[in-house]
Ligand binder design. Sequence first.
Ligand SMILES: *Cc1c(COP(=O)(O)O)cnc(C)c1O
Length: 385
Amino acid sequence: MKVNFFDLTEQYKTIKSDVEKSILEILDTQRFVLGKYVSKIETDLASLCGSKYAVAVSSGTDAILSALMALDIKPGDEIILPDFTFFATAGTIARLNAVPVFVDIDKNTYNISAKEVRKHITKKTKAIIPVHLYGYCANIEELNEISREFNIPIIEDACQAIGSEYKDGRRAGNLGLMGCFSFYPTKNLGGGGDSGAVTTNDEKIYNKLKQMRNHGMEPRYYHSFIGGNFRMDEFQAAILCNKMPHLENWNNKRRENAKLYKKYFQEYNLIENNSIEFTKNNKVIIPLADQQEYHNLHIYHQYCIRVQKRDELKQFLADNEIGSDIYYPVPLHKQTCFNYLKRCDDDFSVTNAVCNEILALPIYPELKEEHIKFVVETIAKFIKK
Ligand SMILES: *Cc1c(COP(=O)(O)O)cnc(C)c1O
């Protein structure tokens, strides 16, 4: 049985005629940038997140970049972020000549450790960027405490977390001063290319972001500050508008798939009551989202397990026509481009361990139970051989 790591074709069939209609309509009207679909996706996203405003932009990366620019981040300013995330969270900081201050993660959730954040606050700290990794909200309660105590704003990197909820019911994107989203095709809500958005409840920030995405221009050809071309095009927005009504259902399906994984891992005796240690009876560490104390609502952008001999397992799965992937194999502090920061490897013991053990399994909504069973069966075969 072949199990693709990811497959958008099944999903597309369910929306194909609607998407085609709106794409043709855009071609007929020849209105390509910042038109009615862009306005609609902004309204839809703000309403999904429960935030007042959303500003559509050109990518998740540009969402983070414009959020930082809206805070007027200057060279030498320090921005705290997790060591374990996609590169864009750090790259945007460095591009403004600010200093990315990596901190270690929490070993239960793989999200930024609030305790570590506190240790790294200095007079130069200008923002904290928690990443809701894999679609599971970071510990926002403690981060907000730090934010209030030191008067440092929080920018959420919610690129993997559209529709996910913190345990108090608030949604990702509505947990800090700004929330950044990506609509890259493989995200839970993905367009037909690159796009993204920033959410906020702050009217001043909202107006600044809108101006920011168009070279800081207001009125036309007058520039009071420097922005960029961070505009979203109508084709992206139209695809997103057509997909948005399905998002909740798709996220639910991912959650159901995660439950099935747990069921089969239990059936094959690979896990022991939500343990995060490897033991004789605990060969696989599954996401702990279902446990009482971690009851945020997960949207499973990725379903990541931890295993020993990860690289061998990945190969074994590939030999059995099962796709898997590694998010992320190298921590940010070890990236060559960040050597100049001279960070000490010992400060990142959790990230270092997780990078060697993490493995993402197929989780997309259209995956069938028989696929999940086969994936777990194959993992069991590998571990017991
Ligand atoms: C995808 C992603 C981004 C960047 O989004 P793009 O749309 O690809 O620019 C940033 N941060 C995280 C955590 C992501 O997963």
